[in-house]
Design a protein around this ligand. Sequence first.
Ligand code: HDD
Length: 683
Amino acid sequence: MTDKRNQGQNKKQKQLDVFKVNDKGKALTTNQGLKMSEDEFSLKAGERGPTLMEDFHFREKVTHFDHERIPERVVHARGFAAHGEFELYEDMSQYTRAKFLQDTSTKTPVFVRFSTVNGARGSADTVRDARGFATKFYTEEGNYDLVANNIPVFFIQDGIKFPDVVHAFKPEPDNDIPQASTAHDTFWDFVANNQESAHMIMWIMSDRAIPRSFRMMEGFGVHTFRLINEEGQAHFVKFHWKPKLGVHSLVWDEAHKLAGIDPDFHRNDLWNAIENGQYPEFELGFQIIKEEDEFNMEFDILDATKIWPEEVVPVKIIGKMTLNRNVDNFFSETEQVAFHPGHVVPGIDFTNDPLLQGRLFSYIDTQLIRLGGPNFHEIPINRPVVPFHNNQRDGYHRQTINVGKVNYHRNSLAGNTPAPVSPAEGGYEHYQEKVEGRKIRARSESFTDHFSQATLFWNSMSPAEKKHITDAFSFELGKVKSKSVKQQSVDMFANVDLDLARTIAKRIGVNPPKSGGSNVTASSPALSQQNTIFKPDTRRVAVILSNGFHGPDVKFVLEQLEDANLFVDIISEHQGNVSGTNGVIIEANQTFQTAKSVQYDAVYIANASQTNREFNKDAVYFIDEAFRHYKPIAATHGGIPALTINKLDGKQGVIIGKDNMRKFSDEFINAIALHRFWDRKIV
Ligand code: HDD
C-alpha cells in the first residue's frame, strides 16, 4: 500500500514525492547527516555519572522533541484528510473563466480535510457538531480552496461575531468543560441572545450533525460567491458537494457510545475505505442566480444564514471528486495544510456577504501563528503545482533561494519583472462591482428574518428526523443549568414550531411557550435525508460465527456480501480459525472484546450455538443494541435461536434464512441498503 501511495500519480503527487524520505534500512544520523554509533545512552562522565553538556546528539534529539507540537487550529482542530482528483463533466466557460472548470480532459489534484469544529485535536470523531469539508484544488492557475462545511448555513451573519460564537461553543472558560459539546450554558445563552443562529441550530440539532461517515456528507460553500466568465459577466453561485453514497447519519446513542469505543470512528472509516479501494466520490454542483435577480429572492443572497432551496434554484452537477490516496504523514500533510477562502483563481470571486468578508481576513492571520511565520505556502502540501514569483522575501523558515538583486517593483534591473499580467494572460482581476454607501456599523434590514428558513427546515423533516431533533434539543437544553437560559431558548424556538418548543419545555422543566408558531408552510424535500441515495455499498456487517456453522451456506452468504461491496468482520469466541461443516474454515478477526455493535451497520448471526454462556450473552446484547439502533439483523441456521431469545423474529428489518440462501442474501442486502428501520417498535 505504501508503495502505491508513494507513486507520483499526478502533478501534486510528483511534487510531494520530492520531499518524501524513507528511513527504512538507513544508518541513523543527526540532522547534520552525521552517522551515530549509539542512540540509547547519553554521553556521561562515567557509567553512573552526570550527562555532559557536549552531548550534541542528546541535545539535538531532545530539543527537537520538545518542539514537536504546534498550536492546534482555533476551530476545526480535529481533522482527517486525503488526496484525490477532480474531473469536470461539462465545460463551464459560460459562467467562469477558471481553467479547471473549462477543460473536461483535465484532472485537477485535490487535497481534502474533513474536521469537527468545536473539539480539541484529540477529541472524539462522532460528537454532535458541524463538519468542515475543505478542498484544495491544485489548479494550473494556482491553488483554489473551497473551505466548506457539511451544513449550508452559519451561526452568525457577520465575521465580527465569530470570536463570540466560538467562545460560546468551546468549553466554558472557568473549568474547560465540556469537551467537544454544545450542551452547556454559554452556548445556549449565545443562541438565545443571537437569534440569527436559529436556522443553523436546527441543522446542528438534526442528524446532519452526527454523520455516519465523512464519505456520506454533503459539503456547502455556504456563502454566495461570484463566477466571472471571459466576457467579464458575473453570476452568483453557491457550491455544493454531493456524496455518491448519499447523506447518512448515526443515531445519537450510537454516536455517544462510539465516542468512547472508537473515538477515531470517522478516521478509520475514511482511511480503510481508501486502503480497500472503495474510493469516496463527491459530485460538485453549482446553484446559479443571475446578477439581475439579486433582489428577486425571498431572502438576501448575501445572508449566510439562508439557503437557496434546491427546488427553487436547482443544483447543476458539473464534476466529480474522487479521494483515492491516504496521506503518508499526518503532521506534514493533514496538520500543516493551510486553507483560505481567499485562495481563488481567475473566474471565481467574492460577494459582500459580511461573513465571507470577515473570513477573508482570518485565515492567513491564523496560519501565521499556527505555522510560525509567513512562509507556510512553501510547506510541500501547501505549494501550488505552478511556480510562484514575487518580491516577498525572508521570514522564518524561508526555503526558496531567490537569486539576483531585485526584490522590488517597479525596477529596471530585471526589466521590471516579475510583472503583473493582463487578464488575457491569466492575471487575476477583481470583479468591478459598483459599490456605494455610507460607512456604517449596522445590519441590513434584509438580514432580519431569522426564523422562516428554520421552519422550512423543520417542515421538511421526516417523522423520524423530527423526533431526533426534538430529542437533541431535549438533551442539549437538559444539560443547561440556568433555568433562565433554558426558558429563553425554548421561547426562541417557539418561533420555529410551537409544538416542538412545548415538547422540549415539558421535558426540561420550564414553562411551555404560550404563543409563537410560524406561518411558513413550505417544505424543501431536498433537505430530508429520507430522500437521499440509499445503497448497501461499504456498509459494515458484523458476522457472528461459532464452531459448527453450516459451512456451504455461510460461505455462500459471505460471498454475496463481499460482491455487494460490503465490509465484513467475523466475530467469534476467539480470533483465528472457526470450523464449519463440510470442512469449511473461516477466520475470525474479532471477538466481543474487540467489536461492539455500534461499529457496524448490520448484523448477521450465522451461528451462536454450542458456545459458552458468556459468548451467548454477549451475542444477545450485541443484537439487541443493533435492534435498538434500527439496523438490519439477519440469521441463518444456528444463529436463529439468538433472534428468538431477543423476541426479534418477525420484526421490521429482521431477516431469517432457512433454506434458500440466495433469496436470504438478496433480502439481507436490500435491508442493508435501507440502512435503518425507523418504524420498528422498540420496547
Ligand atoms: Fe472557518 C477553519 C469552514 C466561518 C475563521 N473554517 C475552518 C475550516 C473549515 C472552515 C472547513 C478548517 C480548514 C482546515 O481543515 O484546515 N468557516 C468555515 C465555514 C464558515 C466559516 C464554512 C462559514 C461559512 N471561519 C469562519 C469565520 C471566521 C473563520 C466567520 C472568522 C472570521 N476558520 C477560521 C479560522 C480557521 C478556520 C480561525 C481555523 C484554522 C484555520 O482557519 O486554518 O481562520
